[in-house]
Design a protein around this ligand. Structure first.
Ligand code: MOS
Length: 743
């Protein structure tokens, strides 16, 4: 059998990022860089207490400061029309901006200053004097576990992953010969994309709004804003042409966006609001701090008999944030008895948000570390343990997998990292002062597909313009979509351009949940197919031999349309426009079909880590990282590799450095800058091998692709923790694994 899987070298040869040049030369303009005539600048004033009421707000000095146009707060806000609607229940779930003097968390925006320059607004914001009636804020989850609640979502969706769940018998692990019981803690983590969250809001008259905005969904932001301001959705236009990373932080509308729109209404000019780096750790969500209790029971042969898994996560006082921490425990392994419990603890903190691999990245840390712990108890290889419990079908949904190449992932990864060099006994492999260990962990994430549309504009010169509302937060959407179209039509990639990030373009989902290629790629296939039908029809109108051509078998080769079934049937593309038409405009729609109900769709990955731990200082150096990914067909190998590198770096950050620390006396974020919040730098990142199984998923979409964005972070942190244990014999169950925990 010929080699199908992709390795580093294969991917480097693939097509480069189509927008790479504009990005590295600065020609690509991100929201904060966009200039408009008469632009004004907004800077937020934040609460400095974690709980209480504003009793007085003195804005006089700020209003008199040079260049200041307005200071807006709950005292003089133009108001958000949705807040006045009768059904308050529906809208209580967001922080209601400037709607009352109440303070729910430290850092809550309580006023905004608008000035003619950014610097003047920033200075004037320091002049706003606030007096509070202060109460004791609660921001520690550990101290408030007794306040844990079952989320409303669990009650509304009893089959969902946040509801109490039992398969077989609860607590069955207790009957097993071998048991592991442990608690795992993940701190809050901030998304910290390179690009700061930013927005420019412009009102045209009383009911038309244009936003240049950092968002993962141009149309979803337009819909959300239209609802808040009670406008027809077509009156709200959202542009997100370039987005410099988001990882989940731009999946929803946040208070600063509502504030910019209110400010623009008040000053009747365009308003630009750019968060500063500190605010990025509490204004736009974060991966919530979680405490997980896992217990696993197994036979001496390593057959899992029962898993009990409980998770507690943080949320805010005004909104219930939940994530699927327990999904993997339910569906990953063939276990007869599983019980799970999910609770959230409302605190004086801002609302968390999905962050890359939301839920699974957290849950896999507990599950995959606990399995590793079990493997040592059983004296069994951790890969063998996982293979012994491989699920032939989804044990949760009791449906066949659409595709599952996990076994290939284990095999390829073990070979690549040299798993046979791993010592079975921990703390027995040392070179000089460095202890050496190998760790493995598995990840999975649902492979999703939604509905989408695309528009194609084809010109006589053979150039093709494709449009979709999809945002691109960095993975290279324009590149992968260009690759799909190029392959479908035969057109050279440099004759195709792809425009995105505009809410007026054809329907697209948010860029989240690793669904873009599956969803929008299917619409690209549909629009290309429709274009071929149109071209074949036009060819048939001119030449008899084209009458029986099957459009799917046609291709564009150079300047000609070619019927592959009949090599003699070639026609100049320009001649297909002989009726004087200057361009052909075609639309395409795509949505999942009935197969979506018959299979369980997941992407899979195995992550392998070689870690070296210094015996005296406890410093952990990742020496090698190998990830093998089953994400179906890889449509754009180079950007896929690049996206995977980002995920693995994120996983190494989770494992070793990232930690949002709050001062629980005040609820204030201590680690609000990059000086305190540590993300991996180049020196922390080793040689990485990304391998793709590259086997087509037969059911999810015409390309055979599954999702990639999340799966590349899910399981990386436990693989690191497991490698550190193998090196040192020290089991760190509280991330990040900083040196103090190892000495
Ligand atoms: Mo991702 S957390 O779906 O942006």
């Amino acid at each position: 059998m010929s080699k199908k899987h992709l390795e580093n070298a294969d991917m480097e040869l693939a097509m480069s990022r189509v927008d790479g040049r504009v990005k590295v030369t600065g020609a690509a303009k991100y929201t904060a860089e966009v200039q408009l005539p008469e632009l004004t600048y907004a800077v937020l004033v934040e609460s400095t207490i974690g709980k209480g009421k504003i009793t007085a707000l003195d804005t006089k000095k700020a209003e008199w400061a040079p260049g200041v146009i307005a200071v807006i707060s709950h005292l003089n806000t133009p108001g958000v029309p949705e807040y006045k609607l009768a059904n308050q229940d529906v809208i209580q779930k967001q922080l209601r901006v400037f709607d009352s003097p109440n303070v729910y968390y430290n850092g809550q925006p309580i006023a905004v200053v608008v000035a003619d320059t950014f610097e003047r607004a920033r200075y004037a914001a320091t002049l706003v004097k606030v007096t509070y009636a202060k109460e004791k804020a609660q921001s520690s989850m550990e101290q408030n576990l007794s306040e844990a609640i079952v989320p409303k979502k669990a009650k509304a969706d009893p089959k969902g992953f946040t509801s109490d769940f039992v398969r077989g018998k609860a607590g069955a692990y207790k009957d097993a010969e071998f048991q592991v019981e442990a608690e795992y803690v993940l701190p809050s983590e901030a998304h910290h994309p390179m690009e700061l969250h930013s927005i420019i809001a412009t009102w045209e008259g009383p009911d038309k709004l244009t936003l240049v905005d950092k968002t993962q969904g141009s149309q979803q932001t337009a819909a959300s804003i239209a609802k808040s301001f009670q406008l027809p959705v077509e009156n709200v236009k959202v542009l997100a042409t370039y987005v410099g990373g988001a990882f989940g932080s731009a999946l929803r509308v946040w208070p600063h966006e509502i504030i910019a729109i209110l400010a623009a209404k008040k000053v009747q000019k365009p308003v630009k609001l750019v968060l500063h780096r500190n605010q990025m750790s509490y204004m736009v969500g974060y991966r919530p701090h979680t405490l997980q209790k896992v217990a696993i029971g197994a036979t001496k042969e390593g057959k899992l008999l029962g898993i009990s898994h409980e998770s507690f996560g943080k949320t805010s006082m005004y909104e219930e944030f939940t994530e699927n921490v327990l999904i993997m425990t339910r569906m990953m392994y063939d276990v007869p008895n599983v019980d799970t419990k999910y609770r959230i603890v409302p605190l004086n903190v801002s609302t968390p948000a999905p962050m890359r691999g939301p839920g699974e990245a957290t849950g896999s840390f507990a599950l995959e570390c606990a399995l590793d712990e079990l493997s040592y108890k059983l004296k069994m290889d951790p890969i063998a343990l996982r293979l012994a419990n491989y699920a032939d079908q989804d044990p949760d949904k009791k449906m066949p997998w659409s595709s599952n190449y996990l076994k290939e992932c284990y095999k390829l990864g073990a070979e690549k990292i040299g798993w046979n060099k791993r010592k079975t006994e921990p703390d027995t492999n040392q070179e000089g002062e460095w202890k050496i260990g190998y760790g493995v962990a598995t990840g999975t994430f649902g492979a999703f597909r939604g509905g989408a549309s695309a528009k194609a504009t084809f010109k006589p010169d053979g150039t093709l313009l494709l449009q979709s509302a999809i945002a691109d937060i960095g993975p290279g959407t324009a590149t992968s979509m260009t690759a799909i179209a190029a392959q479908n039509l035969g057109i050279a990639a440099d004759k195709i351009s792809f425009q995105l990030g505009n809410s007026t373009f054809p329907k697209a989902p948010m860029q989240g949940g690793s669904n873009t290629v599956a969803t929008v790629g299917s619409a690209i296939v549909a629009v290309c197919d429709n274009l071929k039908v149109e071209l074949a029809k036009r060819a048939a109108a001119q030449k008899a031999e084209w009458k029986n051509a099957i459009p799917a078998n046609t291709k564009i080769v150079g300047t000609q349309l070619v019927n592959a079934d009949d090599k003699s049937s070639r026609i100049e593309i320009s001649s297909l426009f002989s009726d004087g038409l200057s361009e052909l405009v075609v639309k395409g729609d795509a949505a999942p079909g009935p197969e979506s109900k018959k299979y369980s769709f997941y992407s899979f990955a195995t992550h392998f880590i070689e870690a070296h731990v210094h015996e005296l200082t406890g410093v952990v150096r990742i020496k090698n990282a190998v990830s093998v990914i089953d994400c179906g067909t890889v449509v754009s190998p180079k950007t896929a590799r690049s996206q995977s590198m980002g995920g693995i770096v994120g996983g190494i950050g989770m494992a070793l450095t990232e930690d949002v620390v709050l001062d629980d006396r005040t609820g204030r974020t201590v680690t609000a800058s990059f000086g305190d919040y540590h993300v991996p730098v180049h020196a922390d990142i080793p040689q990485m091998d990304m391998m793709f199984v590259n086997e087509k998923d037969p059911y999810l979409n015409p390309m055979g692709s599954k999702g990639l964005g999340e799966i590349v972070i899910i399981g990386v942190a436990p693989a690191v923790a497991n490698a550190v244990f193998n090196a040192t014999g020290k089991r760190v169950r509280h991330l990040p694994i900083t040196p103090d925990k190892l000495i």
